[in-house]
Design a protein around this ligand. Structure first.
Ligand SMILES: [Mg+2]
Length: 191
């Protein structure tokens, strides 16, 4: 594994640094309410697209998506265990969070998890013109960085092409990823 203090460890946020079934379901419900009779089409599109990608195909831009998502309150618990892990990782590299949701939602989530002071830099979807998995979002990724995410195609495919070490958080092993772990809590077993 690459060492030194200058490499970056780049994390996705939702279902990577935390996982909340409740929040995921509430956001999903809110999106479907917004879509009304277009819900079925959306769910069909999402089988092979990201949420933002699917909405975009229905003519809904990401600013609207941010507004819908921001209507759902975030109630995450402080995570001491995660905090300890990130403190250790911080000695190895800069910690970056890269998410498709809005900057304000990313900020709120990191604050509630109690880790915002440990994150060197975080980006939301409104910091970019495009959304993951576009090349633009991953412009900061360099060879030797470590990227962590729960969706290989969305979070890790481009980083892998750029020479980053990829860590997938998933119940199911994906041979394309360098490593697969079931939870962020297992990250120190591999790096
Ligand atoms: Mg995610």
């Amino acid at each position: 594994m690459p060492g030194g203090g200058f490499m970056k460890i780049i994390f996705d946020l939702d279902d990577t640094l935390y996982s909340s079934k409740e929040l995921r379901e509430k956001r999903e419900k809110r999106i479907l309410e917004f879509l009304g009779n277009r819900s079925k089409e959306f769910l069909e599109l999402r089988k092979s697209n990201t949420t933002i990608g699917s909405l975009s195909k229905l003519g809904i831009n990401k600013e609207t998506f941010f507004k819908i998502i921001e209507e759902v309150p975030i109630n995450l618990d402080k995570d001491e265990k995660l905090r300890e892990i990130l403190k250790d990782l911080k000695e190895r590299g800069r910690l970056i969070v890269l998410s498709n949701i809005s900057y304000s939602c990313v900020k709120k989530s990191l604050e509630q998890l109690g880790i915002i002071d440990l994150i060197d830099k975080f980006y939301g979807g409104d910091n970019f013109l495009t959304s993951k998995p576009s090349e633009e979002i991953f412009s900061i990724v360099e060879k030797g960085d470590i990227c962590v995410g729960n969706n290989f195609n969305k979070d890790l495919l481009i980083p892998k092409k750029k020479g980053a070490v990829t860590i997938l958080i998933s119940e199911k092993n994906n041979p394309d990823s360098d490593f697969t772990i079931k939870s962020i809590y297992d990250i120190e077993k591999i790096i």
